[in-house]
Design a protein around this ligand. Sequence first.
Ligand SMILES: Nc1ncnc2c1ncn2[C@@H]1O[C@H](COP(=O)(O)OP(=O)(O)OP(=O)(O)O)[C@@H](O)[C@H]1O
Ligand SMILES: [Mg+2]
Length: 259
Amino acid sequence: MSRLEDIQSRVEDVLTRKRMFEIRDLKKRFGSKDVLNGFNLELFEGENLVIMGKSGSGKSVMIKCLVGLMQPDSGSIKIMDKDITTLNRKDLDELRTEIGFLFQGSALYDSMTVRENLEFPLRRHKRKLGVIGDTDQLVEEALENVGLLSTIDLMPAELSGGMQRRVALARALILRPKIILYDEPTSGLDPITAKEIVELMRRVQRQYQTSSLIITHDIDCARVVSERIVLLVDGVDYAQGTFEELAASDDEKIQAFFK
Ligand SMILES: Nc1ncnc2c1ncn2[C@@H]1O[C@H](COP(=O)(O)OP(=O)(O)OP(=O)(O)O)[C@@H](O)[C@H]1O
Ligand SMILES: [Mg+2]
C-alpha cells in the first residue's frame, strides 16, 4: 500500500467508526486559572485511548466534566450522540449506567464490605438491573472475574492497594458499561501489581469489547494499552498519535513525556 493509500484507509476507518463520546472546545477555569482552554477529544467504538498530561494539567477535571460530576464553563459534550448538558437528571443517570468509572485512587466505600461496594451501583440503577437479573450472582461473577471472590465479605481496609484497585474495577464493570474511564489505574502500585492491572484492563477490553479512556502518567501502561494517545498540554489537546509516532516527535513538549 502506498503512503497516500495508507492514510486514506486510516481516515476512512476513523470516519466509519462509531463515536462513543465527543468533547468539543471544553473550557473550565478555577479562579483566574484556565485549566481547560478549548480541549477536544473523541473516543471511537472499541478503542483504547490514553490521555497523558502533567500533574495538575486538568485530566481529572476533564473526566469529571465528561461524566457530569463537574460543570464545564463552556463547550459541548456528547455521549453516544446525547448532549449531556441538556439531559435531565433521570436521563443523565440512565446514560451513566453505560459508563464505568474507575476513580483516581480506588474510592471504595470504607464502611461497606466488598459485597456491599459492588451492590451499590446495582441498587442505584435498578432499572437496568431489571434486564440483567440476580444481584448475588452478578456480584460473585464480577469478583471472580478479577480473581477476588474470596474477599467478598472483607472490608476495603483489609485489602492491599492492588486488590482494592481490582475490586474497584469489578465495581466499575458490574453494570456491563459500554465505555470505561480509568483515572490513573496504576498509580501508587508497585511495577508488578501495576502490570497485573494493565493485563486485567486488556482482558476486560477483549472480553466485553468496551471502549476505554485511560488517564495515566505511567509510560509503560500507555505503551501497552494504547491504540492512540492524546497529550493534554496547556489546557488543549496538544498532540495525538500512536505511541511510536509521538515518541518519535522532535517537538519539545511532546518529547518531555517520553524522557
Ligand atoms: N474543585 C476544584 N476547585 C478548585 N480547583 C480545582 C478543583 N478541581 C481541580 N482544580 C484544579 O484544577 C487543576 C487540574 O486538576 P486535575 O485534578 O484535573 O489535575 P490532573 O491532571 O488530574 O493531575 P494529577 O495527574 O495529579 O491527577 C489543578 O490546578 C487543581 O488544583
Ligand atoms: Mg488526576
